[in-house]
Design a protein around this ligand. Structure first.
Ligand code: FES
Length: 89
């Protein structure tokens, strides 16, 4: 699963760095618990600006893209939930 976290200024200001930290922790948890989770590698990438904040006047930051699907106003909780739901056995 590919997870891109925007660390551009708008998204970083609204907490994307802490989402990134928590994703690293989640990656460790998943890799150590093969009984609960599918054997799927979590590829986490920090990207400078994904461009979504410039496409609209709406407040979309922080933006996280999971397998090509953008999540706007992402929080650690919504991102973790989405990932865990996808890879839980
Ligand atoms: S800074 Fe995150 S989408 Fe632009």
């Amino acid at each position: 699963m590919k997870v891109k976290v925007c660390v551009g200024s708008s998204c970083a200001l609204l907490g994307s760095m802490s989402i990134l930290d928590q994703l690293d922790d989640l990656k460790d948890i998943i890799s150590e618990d093969s009984e609960s989770y599918n054997d799927e590698e979590l590829e986490i990438e920090a990207i400078k600006c994904l461009g979504y904040c410039k496409e609209t006047d709406a407040n979309v930051a922080p933006v996280v893209v999971i397998d090509g699907e953008p999540m706007y106003n992402a929080t650690s909780q919504t991102v973790m939930e989405k990932i865990v739901n996808k890879i839980r056995k």
